[in-house]
Design a binder for this molecule. Structure first.
Ligand SMILES: Nc1ncnc2c1ncn2[C@@H]1O[C@H](COP(=O)(O)OP(=O)(O)OP(=O)(O)O)[C@@H](O)[C@H]1O
Ligand SMILES: [Mg+2]
Length: 450
């Protein structure tokens, strides 16, 4: 759609939407004299929106908005597009010659019309229905996508005044988007939102159980032989391209390190993408961000390492609210994109229990990184302490390994802490107590005690 038709179709759609909103508002005002309670869900039908017709329609559809969410959007948009619609709320109560408390609202400094507050929203959505009012409070919670994606804000009320007396505002970006169809991208100007990760460590420094190593060796074989296998042996006709791996296990067990070392071993760059950084509130933007990453990665023949994948799994299985459903579209898109990608993709996650089977089946390899056992912990301690071999150590490392159930990441943190203390004290030996203090700090972080 070119800009002219886009603006025209936005205007047409919003026109219908404002008429629906206006009918709803009038019905609600009449409720007061007729002692009825109009039900926004059923009593007045909203216009049918085609997501392909306008940005507004697409926006509503993208977030799978409920009637209440949709009414709220129009309410906050009205001062920007048809302010006179709200003038009726200036109406005076003839018994006391003041405005109606239940209409809420404030007047602007320059804007002479009515600016909605939380109370105005509640009047529109719930009227005198207290139960509905309580339920709609969720729209203003911090975890609602309105707040999370910075779409609608309930400004703070002055101290001592009800929360809902705060003004309701919509972000200017969204107003521009829904009217002119323009998008000023704030965060994603970079072409490749991924970071190259490298390490000074070597493959032999990795401390992993045999099962984990075996699972990894298959991936290594594939990376070595894939081209020949697919092209010369002709398996490309039957097999999906690429290799998709899931790394899962507790924090600090070596998932990121292993991904980095795989790249080093096989001479490929490894790019880490924190999933939270590619998910955008704008329709199609997440897809665009992912497209950028995949397109660039295809050319570079690198390994893509998607970190923080937990968010995806959680959202995939829990579809209880509209925002989750919306997140699901992004998840499906990501999975499809991963499936089609001809290179190596590694996803890392801390949890396994909420990953469903359908999801698991998309991976050629699922590699578990368990907490290290005593023997492994001993090697981790030895590896970490080898950096400090110039210091005297008058104790047995086996004691540390036997006593404390720590992952490699925590062991590194303990050694760093003890080394700092030693340096600060200008001591020549690494003291056992300092290590134990370090262990205690790590355990506290994990919510455990010594
Ligand atoms: N299995 C291991 N072998 C050797 N060193 C390890 C191992 N696990 C962790 N380490 C050490 O701990 C550091 C942190 O580990 P890493 O970042 O790979 O953990 P992670 O599994 O990615 O954790 P998270 O789930 O929190 O992202 C590594 O850089 C390394 O120094
Ligand atoms: Mg990691």
């Amino acid at each position: 759609m070119d800009t002219m038709t886009l603006v025209a179709s936005n205007a047409k759609t919003l026109d219908q939407e404002l008429n629906w909103f206006s009918a709803m508002l009038m019905a609600r005002i009449e409720d007061r004299t007729k002692e009825t309670i109009t039900d926004i869900e059923t009593d007045i039908q909203p216009p049918d929106l085609d997501p392909n017709d306008s940005i507004y329609g697409n926006f509503i559809h993208h977030y799978q908005m409920t009637i209440a969410e949709r009414l709220l959007i129009v309410l906050v948009l009205t001062p920007h597009v048809r302010p006179e619609l709200l003038d009726i709320l200036f109406m005076l109560n003839t018994t006391n010659q003041r405005g109606f408390t239940e209409f809420g609202g404030v007047q602007g400094k320059l804007h002479s019309g009515f600016l909605p507050t939380g109370e105005t929203a509640m009047f529109l959505l719930a009227g005198a229905n207290l139960h509905a009012r309580f339920e709609y409070l969720a729209l203003f919670e911090r975890d609602h996508f309105f707040a999370k994606h910075n779409i609608i804000t309930l400004e703070p009320a002055p101290s001592g005044e009800p929360k809902l007396s705060g003004q309701l505002t919509i972000s200017n970006e969204i107003v521009d988007y829904l009217t002119k169809g323009e998008l000023n991208k704030p965060d994603f100007s970079q072409d490749f939102p991924a970071k190259l990760i490298e390490t000074e460590m070597e493959w032999d420094d990795l401390v992993l159980p045999t099962t984990t190593r075996e699972q990894l060796s298959e991936l290594i074989m594939w990376m070595k032989h894939q081209q020949k296998l697919m092209e010369e042996w002709g398996l490309a006709k039957r097999l999906k391209p690429g290799y998709k791996t899931l790394f899962y296990g507790p924090p600090g067990t070596g998932k990121t390190l292993t991904a980095t070392l795989l790249g080093k071993k096989l001479q490929r760059d490894v790019y880490r993408i924190a999933l939270s950084s590619v998910v955008s509130k704008y329709i199609g933007e997440t897809e665009k961000n992912l497209d950028k990453i995949f397109a660039a990665a295809e050319k570079m023949d690198c390994i893509l390492f998607f970190d923080e994948a937990d968010a995806l799994f959680g959202k995939r299985t829990n579809v209880s609210d509209a925002h989750d459903r919306y997140a699901n579209q992004e998840v499906s898109y990501l999975l499809q994109r991963i499936e089609d990608f001809p290179g190596v993709v590694i996803l890392a996650s801390n949890f396994s229990h909420n990953i469903d089977d359908a999801f698991m089946r998309r991976f050629q390899a699922v590699v578990y990184f368990p907490m290290p056992n005593k023997e492994e912990r001993k090697r981790l301690w030895q590896g970490a302490l080898s950096m400090l071999s110039h210091l005297e150590m008058k104790w047995d490392v086996t004691v540390l390994a036997d006593r404390y159930e720590l992952a490699g990441g925590s062991i590194m943190n303990v050694v760093r802490y003890a080394a700092l203390v030693t340096m600060e004290n200008e001591a020549k030996d690494l003291k056992f107590e300092d290590l134990v203090t370090g262990v205690r700090r790590e355990l506290t972080k994990e919510g455990k005690t010594l």
